[in-house]
Design a protein around this ligand. Structure first.
Ligand code: DQA
Length: 147
């Protein structure tokens, strides 16, 4: 099973970016934890981070031919990007949306996700664990084991 992990804008700055909100764990640390869990789950992972909406859309479109599902933190594009939502709807692969912070407990403009309606589900508020919980949920969904 192949999973594509997509990280949206500014997530390359994790570690130093607003540590009061996002903590001090780096994106490399998060990717290592994902890779470690993936071994246990028997999944293989590709990682991609971009600050560009178009590059993320290209990656989503490209995943159809190569991956079984996508674990994605769309970052600020969560709240703005109908184009990313449309790309996910177009490909039909299962997508799990994750966020480090609890977007629903933050500023009102973060409460809406354009992605959530086309995702299997959303996991938010658990810091880096959101990615690990999301990966497990995605793999279980793909294997048809979700309860
Ligand atoms: C985020 C939440 C978004 O609102 C924000 O724009 C981010 C990170 C999170 O992981 O908590 O960049 O997606």
């Amino acid at each position: 099973m192949k999973i594509l992990v997509l990280h949206g804008p500014n997530l390359n700055l994790l570690g130093t970016r607003e540590p009061g909100v996002y903590g001090t764990v780096t994106l490399a640390n998060i990717n290592s934890a994902i890779a470690e869990l993936a071994v246990q789950l028997g999944a293989s992972i590709d990682f991609f981070q971009s600050n560009s909406e178009g590059a993320l859309i290209d990656a989503i479109q490209g995943a159809v031919a190569s991956h079984d599902g996508i674990l994605m933190n769309p970052a600020a594009y969560t709240h703005t990007s109908i184009a990313i939502r449309d790309a996910i709807a177009a490909i039909g692969l299962p997508v799990v949306e994750v966020h480090l912070s609890n977007i629903h407990a933050r500023e009102p403009f973060r409460h809406n996700s354009f992605i959530a309606p086309v995702a299997i589900g959303q996991i938010a508020g658990f810091g880096p664990d959101s990615y690990l919980l999301g990966l497990e949920a995605l793999v279980r969904h793909i294997r048809g084991k979700a309860r």
